[in-house]
Design a binder for this molecule. Structure first.
Ligand code: ADP
Ligand code: 5GP
Length: 201
């Protein structure tokens, strides 16, 4: 499978620094999206966290398997996120899964991967999530309590670089009030779905 035989897939890209609320918003969209939507399961070479399941949270691959799939052109995009040596990528088969069920493919991916997607599919709807202030990423990360100090530092340093690229996104959403942010995203998706349907007629 290549990008070319997927036609015009409907793609939503959601990025933002660690702690900006991506997972929270993805969960809300999966439950209450106003448009048909499928959360894409990414491939990664990092190990599963205690509650994570293969094929549910990620496809957990060895480094060799990930390289093999990339060399075989099975990935839409990929990046080594947080400079920690672990790779993450979107499998083209996931786009096909969304396309076959006539749903938008929701990709929660980093900025480097997002730029690769937009290059291939310029009509992808892109969202960059921000918190109301820079300190708030750190507050939320610490409150979440899933990373040790070293990982928090790496994520905050990545956040600064990511924020510099937010201008490349079509929509920048400030996740101050969660309901408000979900509503803003939903309204944009409703409009894009209407445009998509109008083109099909
Ligand atoms: P990310 O996936 O971007 O790293 P999360 O979705 O895990 O971020 O959110 C980081 C933390 O911030 C979580 O504990 C989450 O419950 C909290 N959070 C998300 N959105 C908001 C919000 N609007 N206001 C306050 N806390 C939030
Ligand atoms: P985690 O906390 O799950 O280890 O890492 C999440 C980070 O990896 C997030 O910043 C997320 O956006 C990014 N990520 C997850 N899946 C993909 C993917 O398929 N491609 C890219 N480029 N980044 C991903």
């Amino acid at each position: 499978m290549t990008e070319n035989n997927l036609g015009s897939p409907r793609i939503i890209v959601l990025s933002g620094p660690s702690g900006s609320g991506k997972s929270t918003i993805v969960n809300r969209l999966v439950e209450e999206s106003p448009v048909p939507l499928l959360k894409v399961i990414s491939a990664t070479t990092r190990s599963p966290r205690p509650a994570e399941l293969d094929g549910v949270d990620y496809y957990f691959l060895t480094g060799e398997e990930f390289d093999r799939r990339r060399d075989n052109n099975e990935l839409l995009e990929c990046a080594e996120v947080f400079g920690a040596g672990y790779w993450y990528g979107t499998l083209l088969s996931e786009l096909k899964r969304a396309n076959d069920s006539e749903k938008w493919a929701l990709l929660e991916i980093d900025v480097e991967g997002a730029m690769q997607v937009v290059k291939k599919f310029p009509e992808a709807v892109t969202f960059f999530l921000k918190t109301p202030s820079e300190e708030e990423y750190e507050n939320r990360l610490r409150l979440r309590g899933t990373e040790d100090e070293d990982k928090i530092k790496k994520r905050l340093s990545t956040a600064r670089k990511e924020l510099e690229l937010s201008g490349h996104y079509e929509n920048v959403i400030i996740n101050e009030d969660l309901d408000r942010a979900v509503k803003e995203i939903s309204e944009i998706l409703i409009n894009r779905e209407a445009e998509f349907n109008a083109r099909r007629i």
